[in-house]
Write a protein that binds this ligand. Structure first.
Ligand code: ZN
Ligand code: ZN
Length: 254
């Protein structure tokens, strides 16, 4: 399975993650922070399935642009998956005829722009040769982590979350789990903000890692750009054996 954390900065893109999008096997996206700004129109059109973790703008910002870029006058359209609350927010706050045309309503009267597909917690769906299982985590709005498996290996994209539990129980039930992409938003010095916003600091990151099965690679992502050097220093000080700092644009193979 190929996993790429998409770039979102025009300068030093490997080191600056402003927003979140993962691309799996070039065909399935998780989140759409920068999906609509990625690659060529043809590369975007290859993405037929988009799983949203939650409604926050750094995860949905380019969704309307992506939908516009890939529309064709055929019955075929991208499918957008998420928990029911996230899909409701997408309808009410993005495709609301104010922020962007209501492509959801338009899809009923002309070749469709998108199809919304609500997910049930912990019920896997199969798309493009991958099993994708949503697991709720602990964030300001209803948020999913996703367990993604191709039948040989699995990864967990842990979403935005403060301290959480259920996804790590699922991790123990996933014997071929190779990697967890885990957020490390803020440095330890702003732990008050991290707790209020339900994000992790390196100290909290370490506690989450201790809840996971041993030997699984942990890739730190979603590091706030203005705190990046400090967060990385604090993460490396933890001396976690399986830690890697996430790099945008890199192709991870599992
Ligand atoms: Zn968020
Ligand atoms: Zn976020």
């Amino acid at each position: 399975m190929k996993v790429q954390l998409l770039a979102s900065s025009t300068q030093d893109p490997a080191d600056r993650q402003f927003v979140s999008t993962y691309l799996i096997n070039d065909a399935v996206a998780v989140d759409a922070g920068s999906l609509g700004f990625h690659g060529t129109p043809r590369e975007q059109a290859a993405v037929r399935h988009v799983f949203l973790t939650h409604s926050h703008s750094d995860h949905t910002a380019s969704l309307p642009i992506f939908i516009e870029n890939v529309w064709t006058p055929t019955p075929d359209c991208p499918r957008i998956y998420g928990n029911p609350e996230t899909l409701d927010s997408v309808q009410r706050h993005i495709f609301n005829d104010v922020m962007w045309p209501d492509f959801i309503a338009l899809s009923r009267s002309m070749p469709p722009f998108l199809e919304l597909c609500p997910l049930r917690d912990e019920v896997p769906v199969k798309v493009a040769g991958l099993w994708v299982t949503p697991v709720r985590v602990n964030h300001l709005v209803p948020t999913n982590a996703y367990v993604i498996s191709d039948g040989r290996s699995s990864v967990i994209l842990a979403g935005d979350s403060g301290p959480t539990k259920r996804v790590w129980e699922v991790a123990y039930d996933t014997p071929d789990l190779r990697a967890v992409f885990l957020e490390a938003c803020f440095p330890n010095s702003v732990s008050g903000l991290a707790q209020a916003a339900l994000h992790l600091t390196p100290e909290l990151f370490c506690r989450e890692v201790s809840k996971m099965p041993a030997g699984v690679k942990v890739i730190a992502v979603h590091i706030k750009v203005r705190y990046r050097d400090q967060v990385i220093r604090e993460l490396l000080d933890l001396r976690l054996p399986d830690l890697e700092i996430g790099e945008c644009g890199k192709e991870y193979e599992f």
